[in-house]
Design a binder for this molecule. Structure first.
Ligand code: NAP
Length: 466
């Protein structure tokens, strides 16, 4: 008859938990050790001072580097690269071991080779795997959250990588294999990145803001001071800012759509989609989301600045002054219906434009865009995007109204800022209209489906070559 099976028997015969070694009892080593222990691994630390190192996670052992290295097959090296030389004395103990390099540097390109490659050169007998360096000690200790669920790794030995993958997966991370150790530099550069895709849009926003600020400062404040001997410098804080923000916003929004139009014309001109776009166009296309989000930021500032107009001292003073003077002189003003239409349409366009602007911004958030199908995303970003551009441009044209043709508005022969800022959006919309013409649209669609216009010159060259 079959023997009864008791729970304690299972406990007694369960295989021993795997032992992992960590060199270095600093912040990262301690956090990693704690997570490993929580996941069920046994942990042994290798330290310079096994008897006097700081507090360690409960249940961990600590011993000399030699003894610790001998006891485990996988060693996490939680020591800064500058201190790797002590490993040279452990070459025999580390032979055949999996050595996980978690190190980062303070700056890019400080050393000629990646830390992990240097480690592999230092201990050629070990299997070096670069991993975990994109996590912080803090996030390791708190367990993976959405933002830090990813662990990148690379290494030359597939078996060694597999062991690290298993451990990282047990710790709750998603692992992304980036290939051989030659990818280590790329992984080490990850944590040192400083908003790479934001750089160009931020520079552009800064440049445009500075240009229009000084342009309007000269046209408004300096001009009034020189020509009318009046000091209106107080307007810098609100009026001038509230002119600069919408101008920069509209230009940046149109710059989101300009590269798409340029790319379409380039494809039409070349008669194929199989030729690479120039680098500048590629880079421009890749930062459209950031351009759009910055444009939304400027538009939001414009909205906030506009909301405070009625409570400004200057505005309240002017309204009161004009009312009082009309009462004194017993004057009445006539209601201007055209003006009412113009101002209401101007505000309506602005509000509709801003509402769609917000929708574009929200749909560019990864959590939202990931939930949309490609067609939904392109409907919002392209169709509604052009509608946003149209509303905002029309809002600005309504602001200008009949001032475009009045010479008195061209102070010192310069056009007002809002006229200048209409150039790019008007060009983008005109070009887009050309693309929407049925004959142009048909050719472009064919090219984008793979059709190529044969180039007789290219063909004859090809036949000569063959
Ligand atoms: P840390 O707090 O300064 O700890 C480093 C440990 O290295 C020390 O506690 C010490 O442990 C050991 N050590 C120091 N000098 C040594 C020497 N001359 N020879 C041998 N061992 C020495 O640094 P950490 O923040 O834990 O960072 C450790 C590694 O993890 C670094 O490579 C870092 O780039 C990487 N990293 C850290 C983080 C983070 O959030 N902290 C994130 C990603 C990657 P013993 O006294 O026990 O020997």
């Amino acid at each position: 008859p079959e023997k009864p099976h008791y729970f304690w028997q299972t406990v007694m015969t369960a295989p021993e938990q795997e032992l992992l070694c960590i060199f270095g009892t600093g912040d990262f080593g301690r956090s990693l050790g704690q997570r490993l222990l929580q996941t069920g691994y046994r942990v042994v630390y290798g330290s310079r001072r096994p008897h006097s190192c700081g507090p360690l996670p409960q249940g961990a052992q600590v011993m000399s580097h030699e003894a610790a290295a001998q006891s485990a097959g996988v060693i996490f090296l939680c020591v800064h690269r500058e201190n790797y030389d002590f490993l040279e004395t452990l070459v025999t103990q580390l032979k055949g071991k999996v050595l996980v390099d978690v190190s980062n540097n303070l700056k890019k390109n400080v050393y000629p080779e990646a830390n992990a490659e240097y480690l592999q050169r230092l201990i050629p007998g070990a299997h070096v795997v670069k991993a975990f360096n994109t996590l912080s000690a803090w996030s390791l200790q708190n367990g993976p959250s959405d933002a830090s669920r990813q662990v990148y790794l690379c290494g030359n030995s597939a078996e060694a990588k597999q062991q690290v993958v298993e451990t990282a997966t047990k710790l709750g991370f998603n692992v992304l294999d980036r290939g051989t150790l030659s990818a280590a530099r790329e992984l080490e550069d990850f944590p040192l990145q400083l908003f790479p895709e934001w750089r160009l849009p931020l520079r552009l926003a800064f440049g445009l803001t500075a240009f229009f600020f000084f342009y309007l400062l000269i046209r408004d404040v300096v001009y009034t001071y020189v020509e009318q001997d009046k000091d209106i410098s107080f307007r810098i804080m609100v009026s001038l800012a509230n002119k600069v923000f919408p101008i920069v916003s509209l230009i940046m929004l149109s710059l989101c759509y300009l590269p798409g139009v340029v790319a379409a014309f380039l494809q039409l001109y070349r008669g194929t989609k199989y030729k690479r776009f120039p680098d500048w166009l590629d880079r421009w296309m890749l930062c459209r989301k950031q351009l759009g989000l910055l444009a939304l930021g400027f538009a939001s500032l414009h909205v906030l600045y506009t909301l405070i107009i009625p409570i400004r001292y200057y505005v309240r003073f002017r309204i009161a002054e004009s009312t009082i003077s009309k009462i004194k002189e017993n004057q009445t003003s006539v209601f201007d219906t055209t003006m009412a239409w113009r101002v209401d349409s101007y505000y309506a366009m602005g509000i509709l434009g801003f509402g769609l602007y917000l929708l574009l911004g929200i749909s560019s958030l990864p959590s939202v865009s990931n939930a949309l199908s490609w067609r939904e995303f392109s409907f919002i970003q392209s169709k509604l995007g052009y509608l946003t551009l149209f509303f905002c441009t029309f809002h600005t044209y309504l602001y200008g109204w009949d001032k475009f043709l009045r010479p008195s508005y061209y102070k010192w022969y310069t056009p007002p800022g809002y006229m200048l800022c209409l150039v790019v959006p008007s060009v983008v919309m005109a070009l887009k209209l050309v693309i929407l013409l049925p004959c142009v649209d048909r050719s472009l669609t064919r090219i984008r489906r793979g059709w190529e216009r044969t180039d007789p010159e290219g063909d004859s060259k090809k036949s000569l070559l063959t």
